[in-house]
Write a protein that binds this ligand. Sequence first.
Ligand code: ZN
Ligand code: ZN
Length: 129
Amino acid sequence: MPVSLPNLPAPSGEPEPPSQLLRPCLDGCGRLTDHRRCPDCAGAWNAARDAARGTSSQRGYGTEWRTIRARILIRDGHRCHWCGRWAGTVDHVKAKADGGTDDDTNLVAACGPCNSSRGGTTAQLRRES
Ligand SMILES: [Zn+2]
Ligand SMILES: [Zn+2]
């Protein structure tokens, strides 16, 4: 007749040994973690996932503007719309403050000095008027 051993009372107040909580990192880096991935791999994984789907900042102005800027600079041959020098930035023909859009038709290649001086001038005129 099988003898059923009495259930041993679970040890109370004893924290589980860490070895039972830790698992190998899901990415197979050899480290143990109590999460699915070790912090390093989790960071890399999150970065990769964000890059794949686009983070909020990448979906927003940042990447979109970089794409637009590159397109405009190529379209205008990196030539400043205002002075004809080499242009590395993109300027709004009609300032966004004046209702200008980010549409290609409202964007021109501009060199740094022209871009900043125009922006500064309009801002200054705006403040003085
Ligand atoms: Zn890892
Ligand atoms: Zn210029």
